[in-house]
Write a protein that binds this ligand. Structure first.
Ligand code: ADP
Ligand code: ASP
Ligand code: MG
Length: 404
């Protein structure tokens, strides 16, 4: 008998037939005597629709109410999934994030899990139930409902697997596993049998939305290996785990594209100590995640410089608001925003021991006539920001050059 956490994403529970299909799979594990905790997302498209409704009312919705609204998506699915199991004569109980003991900080819409006390989960399991937990949500110690950032049901699953010390954590989705790149964008993408936490983390934080990046960070920190596989067939998936020595033999494991980037440039920023600190402190206080930052050299006797940074497109309005409020204090000339940017990243632990990858990438992009706007690197990743209109062609070219 094993204790298993299974997470089903939005497409896997997109309609009642899919939910019945999920129930069949869960029931087959339960029939073998396994204890199963199921984490579900909102039905596909529901979270986006809820965000759309909120935006019809206000462009930057109040955070607390946004979480109250978004949490309803997952709450619908847990109840329907429990009902689908009841029709198969399987005892099942649904729990909200709060009922499952998920306590978060108070940063609405991007809350971090502080701790999990899964006593109700354990007692329900011990009574012979399948326990179905709403993904993506938690509760502050003051009792406010929070959500964990887009794609946050992955984090719920991995955090619960860690808290209950599950024997197996399975992430069921609409593709067969983790591929060398998004198989919907590049038809030659290949499924990987295994990938290290670090590579998965870099891919996920660079747009491979097959896993939410914070969930991978959590899995690495607490050593929770997990399997990504399809809810639509029985094919073996991809194992995400600690790096092993032979993994470094592959230089580039995968290529990813984040199409949700926006770039903000502050022109004519006074080039003196403390200015960058003020700008990025204000953005961080507003819970805006800044990704790349580029600052030019100052010029002139009273030097000014241009400062560019990238954020997720959904944070652009908030960033513009924060920056505008700083102008009287800092005094820059103007702010220019480019809403439609993409970030292409090439990832592999083998880069630690191989050189020339950046040069090869720049060469491939220049052959495609793609202009590189910004560049950043880590030990196992090279990322470039390019115009969104050229981003998919750039992705295909990079995948062809490094993998196909
Ligand atoms: P879920 O709703 O199950 O959480 P997501 O839509 O969040 O599923 O993630 C699955 C999607 O991730 C796939 O349909 C695929 O288009 C996309 N994807 C992006 N990069 C990759 C990759 N490297 N491997 C597999 N899927 C990827
Ligand atoms: N429903 C949430 C979203 O669409 C969480 C998730 O699906 O993981 O982002
Ligand atoms: Mg997802």
């Amino acid at each position: 008998m094993a204790l298993i956490v299974q997470k089903y994403g939005g497409t896997s529970v997109a309609n009642t037939d899919r939910i019945k299909n999920v129930a069949q799979r869960v029931a087959s594990y339960h029939a073998k005597g396994d204890q199963v905790i199921v984490v579900v997302s909102a039905m596909g498209g529901v979270t986006d629709r809820l965000i759309g409704l909120a935006n019809e009312i206000m462009p930057i919705p109040t955070d607390r109410e946004m979480d109250m609204l978004l949490a309803t998506g997952e709450q619908t699915t847990i109840a329907l999934t429990a009902m689908a199991l009841h029709t198969l004569n399987v005892s099942a109980v649904s729990l909200t994030g709060a009922q499952a003991g998920i306590v978060t900080d108070g940063v609405h819409t991007k809350a971090k899990i502080r701790n999990i006390t899964p006593s109700q989960v354990h007692s329900m399991l011990d009574a012979g139930n399948v326990v179905i937990v709403a993904g993506f949500q938690g509760q502050t110690t003051e009792g406010n409902i929070t959500t964990l950032g887009r794609g946050g049901s992955d984090l719920t699953a991995i955090a619960i697997a860690s808290a209950v010390k599950a024997d197996l954590c399975q992430i069921y989705t609409d593709v067969d596993g983790v591929y060398t790149t998004d198989p919907r964008l590049v038809s030659t993408a290949k499924k990987l049998d295994e990938i290290s936490y670090d590579e998965m983390l870099e891919l996920a934080s660079s747009g491979a939305k097959v896993m939410q990046s914070r969930s991978v960070e959590f899995a690495k920190k607490f050593g929770v290996p997990f399997e990504v596989r399809s809810s639509l067939n029985q094919n073996p998936g991809t194992l995400v785990k600690e790096e092993t020595a032979n993994m470094e033999n592959v230089v580039v494991r995968g290529v990813s594209l984040d199409k949700n980037q926006a770039k903000v440039t502050l022109v004519g920023v006074p080039d003196r100590p403390g200015v960058a600190a003020k700008i990025f402190k204000a953005l961080s206080d507003a819970a805006v995640n800044v990704d790349m930052i580029v600052q030019n050299v100052g010029h002139g006797s009273n030097p000014t410089t241009d400062l560019s940074f990238t954020v997720e497109r959904t944070d652009l309005a908030k960033s513009q608001q924060v920056i505008a409020a700083l102008n009287s204090e800092i005094g820059f000339t103007e702010v220019v925003s480019q809403e439609e940017m993409g970030k292409l990243s090439v990832v592999g632990v083998g880069m630690k021991s191989h050189s020339g990858i950046a040069a090869k990438l720049f060469d491939v992009l220049s052959a495609q006539n793609v202009n590189i706007d910004m560049i950043s690197t880590s030990e196992i990743k090279i990322s470039v920001v390019v115009a969104l209109t050229q981003a998919e062609d750039a992705l295909k070219a990079a995948h062809d050059a490094f993998i196909a």
